[in-house]
Design a protein. Structure first.
Lengths: 351, 351
C-alpha cells in the first residue's frame, strides 16, 4: 500500500458479516462467518488503534441495526450494511496505536467489530482500569450494560429507600445489575424472567426479594398485584409489550417507568398495542425512555462504585459465555428466545 | 330540624342527578334535572359555606365518575352515586357561612354541585381575587383548566425558547391556554382540532403558528411530519389514541409528552392500542402523566400571572356558554363530540 504498512505481520481475521437483512427474529442464516486477514500495524498517516478483540458483547439492540429501515436517517444508529462486519461493544488489547491516548499492550473496551482484530478510528474507546477483575466484566457489569443499569435506575428511576421496584428480564445483563442496585438503595425488588432456573437465580444469587416466571402466569397484572399489594414505585422495563401494559395498571402515584428495552417487541412487524397508558394521568406517573448514550460522562464514577460493590460482594455477576467467533451468531440469536442465562458474551481469546 | 335552621328562607334548588351509570359515550338520558328546595342558611353546629352557584364548569373527567367501576377503591375519585347530584368545579357567591375564612357576599370558586345552591363542607374552595374580570373565567382560564395548562406546560413540559410544541384539542379549555403560554415562552406552536372553525380560531384568536383539522387528515403522522420537519419537543396531549401514537413517531431527542387527557379514549370499552411507545427509547423521550391535583400550591402565583397576561392581551379567552341548569346535561355530553367551541360552561345566574 502506498505510504502504508511496511513489513507488518499479517494475521487471520475471521469476522461475522451481515448476509441478509433481518425480518422478524434474527436467525443464524442472517449472518455469515468469513475468513479475512489483517495487517497487524496501523497504516501510516492514520490516527487509529488496532485491537485484538478478546470478548464481544451480545445485545438486543444489534437486531435493530440488522434490519432495513426506510426512515434510516431518523434512527438512532445506521443500519448495518450487507457484507460488512457487525459492530458492538467489546473488550480488546491494543496491538498497535498511532493515537496518543493508547499504547500497545493496553487493555480497552468500547465499540468494536465482530471479528478477531479491529482497526478503530472513532473515539468511543475506554481504558480498562481494573484488570484485577475478569476482563469479560467490561462487556457487562463494568461496561455498557452495567452503565445502562446504573444510570437508568439511579438517574431516571430516582429510587428512594423503601420503594417497591419491579424489573423484567431480571436475570439479563441489565436486569441483574438493576436488582442488586435496588437492594443497595434499600428497595423491595421483584423480578420476572422466562424460566424457573432464572427465577431461582434471581432469588438465590441476585438478592431479589421475590421473582416469578412470566410464562407460568396466565394474568401478569394479577401476578403483579399479588406481589405488589401497595403498587409499584419503579418499573424498570426491559421487555415492553404485555408486561409493560400490566405494570402500568399497578403503578403508584408518582411512580416511574424506566423504559430501557422492549425485547418482546423488536422482532414484531407490528408492535403489540399498549392499552393502559391512560393510568399515568390520575397517578401522575412518569414513563421515561432511556438509552445509555447520554450518560458516558458518569462512566468514571460508575466504574469505581461498581468495582467496589463487586469486591464487597454486593453485586454478583452471572455470564453466559460462548467460545469462539463461530459461535457468535448463535449467541446473538439466543437472546431473542431467552436461551442465555445472564450476560451473553463471546470469548475470542483470553489475552 | 333539631337545633337547626330557624326561620331560614327556603329557595328552589334544581339539580342535575345521575340517573344511570354511563357506558360508552355519556348521553343526556344518563342525567336528570330534578326539583328540590334548600334552606338558605348553614345548619347550626355545622362548619360550612352555603353558596349560590353562578357558573358550572363542564369537563371531560366527569365522565369517568359517571361510570361504574369494579376497582373503585383504586380510582382517583369515587364514582358518582345514582340519584345524587353531580359535582365539579364552579363559581359561586357565598349566601351564608359558618366558616371563618368566608363571609356572605364573597365570590368563590372550587368544587361545587350541579345545582342552584350547594352547602360546602370540604376545603377545596378559593376566594376570587379579581372581580374586575368576567367571573366565568374562574371556571376556566383562571380556574382548574387554566391551572392545568399552566402547571402541565411549564412544570412538566419545561419549555425552552425555540421549542417546537404540538397541542391537541387545541381550542379547548386547556389547549387554548397552553398554546398561548407556548407563544409567551417563545415556542413555535401547532394545534389540532376537529372543525375548520376551530382551526381558524387557533390561528386568528389564540396565536397558534399553524393548525390543522385532524378529521381532514388521513395520516396524522404525515400531517405532523409536514408541520414539524425538525420534530416535536413538547407534545401536550389532551386526546390520546391515534394522535398520541402519531406524535410519538415525531418526537425529538429529549422530547416531553405531557399526558393531560385522553378524551378520545374515555368512552371506549377497550382503549386503542398504542404501537409507537418504543420510539421513546432511542430518543430518550419523557412521557409524563399529569393531573392538576398536585399543583394547587402554585395557584396564587398562577392567578396573578394569568390575570396580567389577560389584561395585557397576551391571553385571549373563548367560552361556550350554555344558559340555565336545564342545559347542563347537553353541554356536558357535547364535549365528547367536540360540539363546544372553547371552554364549555353553564351560566346559572350572573350574581
Amino acid at each position: 500500500m502506498a505510504g502504508g504498512v511496511e513489513n507488518a505481520a499479517v494475521a487471520r481475521n475471521k469476522k461475522v458479516v451481515l448476509r441478509r437483512h433481518v425480518t422478524g427474529f434474527p436467525s443464524e442464516e442472517d449472518m455469515e462467518v468469513v475468513d479475512d486477514t489483517v495487517a497487524l500495524r496501523v497504516p501510516a498517516g492514520l490516527k487509529a488503534v488496532l485491537i485484538k478483540n478478546l470478548y464481544l458483547s451480545c445485545d438486543p439492540w444489534m437486531c435493530g441495526r440488522m434490519s432495513k429501515h426506510e426512515d434510516e436517517a431518523s434512527r438512532p444508529a445506521p443500519d448495518f450494511i450487507l457484507g460488512e462486519t457487525l459492530v458492538n461493544y467489546g473488550v480488546g488489547k491494543v496491538i498497535d496505536s498511532t493515537h496518543p491516548d493508547f499504547k500497545a499492550g493496553e487493555l480497552v473496551w468500547g465499540m468494536s467489530g465482530w471479528e478477531e482484530y479491529t482497526l478503530i478510528t472513532h473515539s468511543h474507546l475506554f481504558k480498562i482500569n481494573h484488570t484485577e477483575l475478569p476482563l469479560s466484566y467490561y462487556t457487562g457489569v463494568l461496561g455498557m450494560t452495567g452503565l445502562t443499569a446504573y444510570a437508568g435506575f439511579l438517574e431516571v428511576g430516582r429510587p428512594k429507600k423503601g420503594d417497591f421496584v419491579f424489573v423484567s428480564a431480571a436475570s439479563g445483563a441489565v436486569g441483574q445489575v438493576v436488582g442488586q442496585l435496588a437492594k443497595i438503595a434499600g428497595c423491595h425488588v421483584v423480578g420476572s424472567a422466562g424460566t424457573d432456573e432464572k427465577v431461582n437465580l434471581l432469588k438465590t444469587k441476585f438478592g431479589y426479594d421475590d421473582a416469578f416466571n412470566y410464562k407460568s402466569e396466565t394474568d401478569i397484572a394479577a401476578a403483579l398485584k399479588r406481589r405488589f399489594p401497595e403498587g409499584i414505585d419503579i418499573y424498570f422495563d426491559n421487555v415492553g409489550g404485555a408486561t409493560l401494559d400490566a405494570a402500568l395498571l399497578q403503578m403508584r402515584r408518582g411512580g416511574r417507568v424506566v423504559v430501557c428495552g422492549m425485547i418482546s417487541q423488536y422482532t414484531l412487524e407490528k408492535p403489540d398495542g399498549l392499552r393502559n397508558l391512560f393510568c399515568i394521568i390520575p397517578k401522575a406517573v412518569r414513563v421515561e425512555g432511556f438509552n445509555v448514550s447520554g450518560y458516558f460522562d458518569v462512566y468514571g464514577k460508575f466504574e469505581e462504585e461498581m468495582v467496589r460493590y463487586i469486591k464487597e460482594g454486593k453485586v454478583a455477576v452471572v455470564e453466559d459465555v460462548a467460545e469462539g467467533i463461530e459461535k457468535a451468531p448463535a449467541a446473538l440469536v439466543g437472546l431473542f428466545s431467552g436461551r442465555n442465562v445472564g450476560k451473553q458474551l463471546v470469548e475470542l481469546a483470553r489475552e
